[in-house]
Design a protein around this ligand. Structure first.
Ligand code: ASP
Length: 442
């Protein structure tokens, strides 16, 4: 009979440890993408974009789709197992309370770091006028902004309690149907798990055995999918390079990008070590090493939801977090805890205001703190979602949404960076909750 650690033998299908494999795929993809772009310069009839779209990107899409495919079953199985394993409501409420508190605090701190950085650096003030006009007048950009604003319009104008109403689905199948309503699926799973705690144990035993088994099967599916991680990551990176056609714009937006990345780095090397080492009783090097596969995947896929299965694996297996804690804290975190996104929203909002010559007073900056915190909670765990919710932040401080055109060009790359922080933040909180819960047991 195999146990969970024997099953991990599938990871060793390739010779290298998984993080190295993914890193090799990432660097290989970047080099391949650049080579294609170089090749196109001496062969004008060759289009790197068309080539990757036809022959390379599909492998990346296959990989991401297979991860997304198991996100909902994973949330259902792992949350139901996690909640029902707790066997008592007071443990559940104590874990839930700690988790939500830590998620809110870390998001708040991240927004504040972003605000301080963007006000000190002032990247929007130095944006050359010709670049600004080019970006604001670009037809493609204007159309993309219109689409983003249309998606955001669904969120705007809702009543204050609507966010709570939206958590409770009318229909589980509909909620689980397109990965778009993770929070509703989470609600259903927690509710189901609670009912299992309350119901007579002997009658619930077969249901519990089913979900325990399902959880193991799904984690094994993650192992199998990860065998293809190097290929998927290679394809995603090569496509990213070949599809980017104007690198000069990156230079013009360098200060804005540097501000976002600097803020994210402060969170990664300042806030999280404080939490993980101080309250999670875990060495920070061990933490970063253990999380590397999930971080690399978050970076390449720009989706916390697609990365979730691997985040769960890393947190349980490499950081030694109790599966009961990981399976509760992480699915919720992937959906609501987005420190990187909230920080980016604060920087982007002030950057756009600075570039458009709008001075933001103290009250408006405080409005950013509140709206960016809420907007990041409301952002879906998929690529580009943070930008959709940014529309709400801009509306709250009276900055025109057309200003989004200024940051479109670099958003894909910044999305990769902020998603990495989003996923790392969930894991950091998992270590703290784990420590607190194990203390409570003693
Ligand atoms: N891509 C991010 C995530 O999945 C959300 C965002 O900021 O766009 O975590």
């Amino acid at each position: 009979m195999t146990n969970r650690s024997d099953e991990r033998a599938v990871w060793q299908f390739w010779r290298w440890p998984l993080p190295w494999q993914i890193l090799a795929g990432l660097i290989g993809g970047l080099i391949f993408g650049f080579l294609l772009v170089q090749w196109a310069q001496s062969n004008p009839e060759f289009s790197p974009r068309d080539f990757v779209l036809r022959w390379v990107k599909p492998f990346g899409v296959l990989f991401v789709n297979s991860l997304k495919l198991i996100a909902i079953p994973l949330i259902l199985a792992s949350l139901i197992k996690g909640v029902s394993d707790l066997q008592d409501m007071s443990r559940l409420s104590s874990m839930g309370g700690r988790t939500i508190f830590l998620y809110l605090i870390t998001t708040f701190v991240a927004v504040c770091i972003g605000l301080v950085a963007v006000n000190l650096i002032g990247p929007g003030k130095g944006l050359p006028k010709d670049v600004q006009e080019k970006l604001l007048g670009d037809q493609d950009g204007v159309e993309r902004v219109a689409k983003i604003a249309a998606s955001a319009a669904k969120e705007q104008g809702k009543g204050p309690l609507q966010a709570i109403v939206d958590v409770v689905p009318e229909n589980l199948a509909a909620a689980a149907s397109n990965n778009g309503n993770m929070l509703q699926v989470i609600f259903w799973a927690i509710f189901f798990g609670i009912a299992m705690i309350v119901a007579p144990p002997q009658e619930v035993a077969p249901v519990k055995a089913f979900f325990d088994g399902l959880n193991t099967v799904i984690l094994t599916m993650v192992d199998l999918i990860m065998l293809f991680a190097p290929i998927g990551v290679f394809a995603l990176m090569a496509s990213l390079i070949a599809e980017t056609n104007d690198w000069r714009i990156f230079a013009a937006l360098a200060w804005y990008s540097i501000t976002v990345v600097l803020g994210l780095a402060i969170v990664l090397f300042g806030v999280y070590p404080f939490l993980v080492v101080g309250f999670g009783n875990t060495g920070y090097v061990k933490f970063l090493r253990g999380m590397l596969p999930a971080q690399l995947l978050a970076f390449t896929t720009s989706s916390s939801a697609a990365t979730l299965p691997v985040t769960v694996e890393c947190v349980e297996k490499n950081l030694g977090v109790d599966p009961k804690v990981a399976s509760f804290v992480l699915p919720i975190g992937a959906t609501v805890n987005m420190d990187g996104t909230s920080l980016y929203q604060a920087v982007a909002a002030v950057f756009i205001a600075q570039a458009l010559g709008i001075d933001l007073d103290f009250y408006q900056q405080m409005t950013i703190v509140v709206t960016a915190t809420l907007a990041s909670i409301g952002s879906a765990a998929v690529p580009g979602a943070g930008m959709v919710m940014l529309v709400i932040v801009l509306a709250a401080i009276g900055v025109p949404q057309s200003g989004l055109a200024l940051i479109l060009a670099v958003d894909r790359v910044l999305d990769m960076c902020r998603t990495t922080i989003n996923v790392t933040g969930d894991a950091a909180v998992a270590t703290v909750v784990n420590r607190a819960m194990s203390r409570r047991k003693q």
